[in-house]
Design a protein around this ligand. Structure first.
Ligand code: HEC
Length: 122
């Protein structure tokens, strides 16, 4: 009986832990990916998050909750890259942070790579 229950549960558990995406090898440290991410960020994200990613975009006053400061942990941390990826892909329900399903996996990782390079803001 116990064995049946476990074999039913295990695939569910591994499916959950497998849900975090993995960055293509070396992409996050690639300067060309970071540069591409900077361009995507300026075009799509800076209006809310600010050109420096510190949350002080032109629209920050009008937004509640305010845009996240991406220059501080956890978003600036390599260990958090998969969650940063998912935040961009899926957005944050109940906030102005939309999902970005039209950005390819590569473009989304480029954004993550860029966010990791942001110098700490306030
Ligand atoms: C219309 C304004 C707006 C735009 C444009 C925008 N964001 Fe956001 N973003 C927000 C807000 C507001 C939050 C804070 C959500 C919260 O605190 O729950 C946020 C949060 C985040 C977070 C943290 C997620 C979390 O769980 O708090 C990340 C990462 C992020 N944004 C990345 C981006 C990237 C990359 C782009 C461009 C592709 C982008 N955002 C574009 C408003 C925006």
């Amino acid at each position: 009986m116990l064995r049946i229950a476990l074999s039913t549960l295990l695939p569910v558990i591994s499916a959950c832990s497998g849900a975090l995406p993995t960055a293509p090898a070396r992409l996050l440290s690639s300067t060309s990916a970071q540069r591409a991410g900077a361009e995507l960020f300026t075009a799509n994200c800076a209006i809310c998050h600010g050109l420096r990613g510190d949350g002080h975009g032109w629209r920050q006053e009008a937004i509640a909750p305010p845009p996240a400061n991406l220059t501080v942990p956890p978003w600036s941390e390599r260990a958090y890259a998969a969650r940063t990826f998912l935040a961009i892909r899926q957005g944050v329900a109940g906030s102005a942070m939309a999902a970005w399903p039209n950005l390819s996996d590569e473009q989304t990782w480029q954004l993550v790579a860029y966010i990791e390079t942001l110098p700490p803001g306030r």
